[in-house]
Design a protein around this ligand. Structure first.
Ligand SMILES: CC(=O)N[C@H]1[C@@H](OP(=O)(O)OP(=O)(O)OC[C@H]2O[C@@H](n3ccc(=O)[nH]c3=O)[C@H](O)[C@@H]2O)O[C@H](CO)[C@@H](O)[C@@H]1O[C@H](C)C(=O)N[C@@H](C)C(=O)N[C@H](CCC(=O)O)C(=O)O
Ligand SMILES: Nc1ncnc2c1ncn2[C@@H]1O[C@H](COP(=O)(O)OP(=O)(O)OP(=O)(O)O)[C@@H](O)[C@H]1O
Length: 568
């Protein structure tokens, strides 16, 4: 996910705004825990022996405090949470757990028990699990938990998991970049993986609501910052590892090591690891839990580099991949079964995502359902695949199909690798058809990627419409100039006839793409996916690529798909 830029911070000591979003997700039933127990878990000092207080909730965000909570005041990159101690008290916190610096600051102005320990973040998950009854050994009331990690594909794979689990008759929950589903109303997400105190509250809500299964994205930030501490997943999945987030991890080895924490008994009972890349193979080799391997890269299939012979022994293998409409059909072979699968989402990478979701659910059924034999598991899965087509699902802003003739797709690709994959994925086999791409680059981020993305667009599309993404505080014209320079240079160098235009308005660029398109062409609007605001100099301007694209298509009399189901 793209970085989040603005953290709202009400003035210290003032009552926070009413709860919204994730903060409203608290279970009705909790296990009140004494502060003495909290102190013992945290190894904390500072609690008077006479204090008999209990806590009935836990949060590390003062804006989420409800009466009876323990507020965990954490040191952050911007500010120390102790600054919000008074606000937490006003909202009804009954105690604060913090570090020594926080305790010293709070002693002066907050009239609550303050406990101090060296690493409050490190114990937050365990304390929340105790209060919300979600400790791994308590069984989560039958909610089967699936986790997905990897650089790309987490969001799509969790939506595929969710859809397949529903097709199998389960009531399901989901936690990820776009939204949180734990009941009737979707809640927009702020982080890919929420803070640990929120994760445990959400899992408790899911258990209380009688959900059967939940799928969750686990980012490397989540593992590095203890956001899934105290959570043990039934099956964890690994998609791939490519360069990203090195600002946090330093190098690829450290990034890998952080991801690898998910594949240990502290976090997962079993795993399916995609071994198409070297990092996947290393992950499968280093995991300290039972692992099924998955090979999705067939030699010559959908532009994949091909499988190496030594890994032909994977537990699950994709075979017979072929294009079907704008999506793909394939077979998944493994553990004595052959499943016929299709996905309506374009791109070889969505074959990998679908295969991973299917292998994870198949492993869970084979290993955790003693009442079903292997043939019955295969029959149930095939029936769900045939009846509900679970991998043809709207994943908000991920290869989301908005029109069919021309094919019109909105995708989140916002870096060079993803843009190239997305452009190749949408190219139609129909001779003479063109790819028209609308995109820009984000401001205040890696400037070197701008000409690279421009060049990729010039090389892989027929019409390139360069416009704005989220400029943030940077001059949008300068960002566009960087992208255009790369596009023009690549066109010149390669003697191409790519049409390249600039537009100062993203909505107008989308309109222009539709104006230029014929029914056999493809339009790709890349970079912003599910986002509904464009941030320009600190102001959020309403802009949803799917809405603009749909309106432009309809205006020109082109068919639109799933018009009623586009979600943000
Ligand atoms: C680097 C990082 O992960 N930072 C997260 C961290 O911020 P921080 O430590 O700087 O916190 P801070 O703003 O200094 O505040 C300090 C403390 O005061 C608290 N606070 C703050 C304000 C207030 O009014 N009341 C209050 O209690 C905060 O909750 C926090 O505990 O804690 C904040 C509160 O939870 C997060 O919002 C923030 O995410 C930032 C915004 C972010 O962009 N994170 C990204 C990098 C991230 O985590 N991304 C991954 C996905 C990556 C991928 O694509 O794979 C994710 O899982 O989302
Ligand atoms: N398995 C995959 N391998 C490579 N690229 C992928 C894969 N799946 C999706 N993509 C591309 O990456 C983009 C982001 O996909 P998705 O949101 O599913 O991944 P993610 O890991 O959740 O990333 P983010 O945290 O940035 O949302 C998609 O829009 C698509 O262009």
């Amino acid at each position: 996910m793209k970085d989040i830029h603005h953290v709202e911070q009400p003035p210290s000591g003032q009552a926070p705004a009413p709860l919204r979003g994730i903060a409203t997700m608290r279970p009705t039933h909790v296990n009140p825990v004494t502060l003495k127990r909290v102190a013992a878990i945290a190894g904390a000092r500072g609690l008077a022996a006479s204090v008999e207080q209990t806590v009935r909730g836990v949060t590390s965000d003062s804006r989420s405090v409800v009466p009876g909570d323990l507020y965990i005041a954490l040191p952050g990159a911007h500010v120390h949470g102790h600054q919000f101690g008074a606000a937490a008290a006003t909202a009804g916190a009954v105690a604060i757990l913090t570090d020594d610096a926080g305790a010293q600051a709070l002693a002066k102005h907050v009239d609550l028990p303050v406990l101090s320990c060296p690493d409050p973040r490190g114990v937050a998950g365990e304390i929340a699990a105790l209060v919300y009854g979600t400790a791994a050994n308590t069984g989560l009331g039958g909610v089967e938990l699936f986790a997905v990690t990897g650089t790309n594909g987490k969001t799509t794979t969790t939506y595929f998991l969710n859809s397949l689990l529903r097709a199998l008759g389960n009531s399901t929950g989901l936690i990820g970049t776009i939204e949180i589903l734990a009941g009737d109303e979707p809640i927009p997400s702020k982080l890919t993986t929420p803070e640990s105190t929120d994760v445990h509250a959400l899992l408790a809500v899911m258990a209380e609501r009688g959900l059967d299964a939940a799928s969750m994205e686990v980012s490397s930030h989540a593992l590095a910052f203890g956001r899934v501490d105290g959570v043990v997943f039934d099956v964890a999945g690994f998609t791939n590892l490519t360069q990203d987030h090195l600002d946090l991890h330093g190098d690829m080895e450290a990034y890998f090591a952080t991801k690898a924490e998910l594949f240990t008994p502290a976090h997962s009972r079993a795993a399916v690891v995609t071994i198409d890349d070297l990092w996947g193979r290393e992950m499968a080799a280093k995991a300290t839990i039972p692992v099924s391997t998955l090979l999705t890269a067939e030699k010559g299939a959908m532009g994949s580099p091909g499988a190496t012979p030594e890994f032909s022994g994977a537990d699950w293998k994709v075979r017979g991949t072929r294009r079907q409409g704008i999506g793909s059909a394939f077979e998944l072979h493994g553990r004595g079964m052959v499943l016929r699968v299709q996905t309506g989402l374009p791109g070889g990478f969505n074959v990998s995502n679908a295969a991973l979701a299917l292998a994870m659910v198949a492993d869970a059924l084979l290993d955790n359902t003693p009442t079903l034999d292997d043939a019955q598991v295969a029959a149930r899965l095939q029936d769900a695949l045939d009846r509900d087509d679970p991998f043809t699902v709207d994943v908000p802003g991920r290869m989301q199909l908005v029109g069919t003739a021309p094919v019109a797709v909105v995708d989140f690709a916002h870096n060079p690798d993803a843009l190239e994959r997305a452009l190749d994925a949408v190219r139609s086999p129909v001779e003479g058809s063109r790819v028209i791409v609308v995109f820009g680059a984000t401001g205040e981020r890696d400037q070197s990627k701008r000409p690279i993305m421009g060049a990729i667009a010039a090389l892989h599309a027929d019409v390139v419409l360069v416009t704005d993404d989220d400029p943030h505080d940077e001059d949008p014209a300068a960002i566009r100039a960087g992208v255009l320079a790369g596009a023009l240079e690549a066109r010149e160098r390669n003697g191409l006839s790519t049409v390249i235009e600039e537009s100062t308005s993203r909505a107008k660029a989308i309109g222009r793409a539709v104006e230029l398109a014929g029914a056999a062409d493809t339009i790709l609007v890349a970079g912003r996916g599910h986002e509904i605001f464009q941030e320009v100099r600190g102001v959020n301007i309403s802009l949803d690529d799917r809405v603009e694209l749909r309106a432009a298509l309809a205006h020109h009399g082109f068919p639109v798909t799933n018009a009623g189901t586009i979600r943000s």
